[in-house]
Design a protein around this ligand. Structure first.
Ligand SMILES: Nc1nc2c(ncn2[C@@H]2O[C@H](COP(=O)(O)OP(=O)(O)OP(=O)(O)O)[C@@H](O)[C@H]2O)c(=O)[nH]1
Ligand SMILES: [Mg+2]
Length: 182
């Protein structure tokens, strides 16, 4: 997970890891946390801050998912955020991308569709999704965003398997419908 400083990454990480609103200080390099899910799966979450370039270079190319957090109220720094996102995507071809349009609770926040447009998300040639969030609100949409990511990562991880499951289902369907025939 990365984005410009102050976008709300650590607040989001606090929600995801501790399930509550945490007070944050600027993250100097990076922090690691683990999100555990009911079905015994987990996501290792790296919160990469301003001086986390080394972590970004080391971990992003090997990660399965990229969460990019943007401050939806910060029109001035939107071009900088856009460049950062597209720069990262050039370096890492693998991960699926979740953009969190954070601070939706604040007056004047840009909507997710408007941000998608201004950040040229259409040009991303891989699975991506944008979700409006408010990290300071309990039902602020962060978990829904993560559900999309979990699902997208599972699909991306097993593309062949997914195809085979579909094929087997089709074959089974064919056999079952034949069974009823004389
Ligand atoms: N109104 C509002 N404020 C938020 C939201 N998310 C985070 N903030 C506030 O924004 C400020 C920065 O949040 P952080 O979570 O520390 O941001 P960060 O992206 O981790 O910043 P760095 O560690 O400096 O890279 C804090 O004062 C948060 O309380 C949100 O959804 N809405
Ligand atoms: Mg931080």
């Amino acid at each position: 997970m990365t984005g410009l400083d102050g976008a709300g990454k650590s607040t989001i990480a606090g929600r995801l890891i501790h399930g509550t609103l945490v007070e944050t200080l600027p993250t100097t390099s990076f922090e690691l946390g683990v999100m555990n899910f009911d079905d015994n799966t987990w996501i290792e979450l790296w919160d990469i801050g301003k001086y986390g370039e080394v972590a970004a270079k080391t971990y992003i190319p090997h990660s399965e998912g990229l969460i990019f957090v943007v401050d939806s109220t910060d029109r001035e720094r939107l071009p900088e955020a856009t460049e950062k996102l597209h720069g990262l995507l050039k370096k890492a071809s693998r991960p699926v991308v979740l953009v969190l349009a954070n601070k939706q609770d604040s007056p004047g926040a840009l909507t997710p569709p408007s941000l998608a447009d201004q950040m040229r998300l259409d040009s991303i040639r891989r699975a991506w999704h944008i979700k409006g969030t408010s990290a300071i609100e309990e039902r602020g949409g962060v978990y829904e965003g993560i559900e999309w990511l979990r699902n997208a990562m599972q699909v991306a991880q097993h593309p062949i398997q997914q195809g085979m499951i579909r094929k087997r289902r089709r074959q089974r369907g064919f056999c079952e419908s034949r069974r009823g025939l004389p």
